[in-house]
Design a protein. Sequence first.
Length: 294
Amino acid sequence: MSSLTWVRRRRSVERFWGDFRTRKAGMIGLGVLVVAVVLALIAPLFIDAGVTNVVSGTGEKMAPPSLDAPLGTDESGRSVLLMIWWGSRTSLLIGFLAALLSMVIGTVLGIAAGHFRGWAGAIVLRVTDWFLVLPSLVTALVLAAILGGSTATIIIAIGVTSWPSTARLIRAQTLAVEARPYIERSLALGAGHWHITTRHVLPNVAPLLLASTTLEVASAIVTESTLAFLGVSANKTSWGTMLRGSYDWGAATAGAWWYILIPGLCIVLVVMAFTLCGRALETVLNPRLRTRAA
């Protein structure tokens, strides 16, 4: 790769960051996400994995916040703060990987549906439409129940049910890109399908894909929490399983508001942060939205 290409890419990144920094909501969301990810990564340095065992609780059951347990305790006497901290690893991991799987499937099928004409593109489009009308949460719930409650199966269940909207979005963008004159010139010069899709289409849909992925992570975290609350968990502590535990042990009737409120606030805060970042990315990367915002 030539030095000129690197200079252009560096300037492009600098322009992007300069525009993104002007979006206060996006910067707030980014700050929250950085803190959440860093805390999740360093959790093993301060917390032992045994904190999630039901026999590890040493405090009073359903105890309110105190100096020993700043966010109170759960039904087993475990610190809610430590459970929240450790559970962030599972919630964020499933959110990121499920969104990544969804984006990969949606991008491949979306580009294929927009690039190929005739029966090949029609089949991909019909499959996308079929998945699009399926209730994604119910489908994910059924898949997770059939495949089991491991982390991998939860990721697969969410990923393979949430890609149709991305495929539709990428298909529309692919059609717009391939209508440009330089695509016709590339075809006239003998460019094949792989060259067109990877060298021309994919780079042009990548900015839109980045913004869509950020929003998809938020959706995946909510879906994981919902599945965990419905009883299809990843067999690991997460914010969703904590909400399920608070429901099973009657935290609401026992007045243990901290056991319900804190995990719910964590989900809302992180999802809102992803949403703010995604909206800011859309505004920066989409010229039409950027013009309206200005």
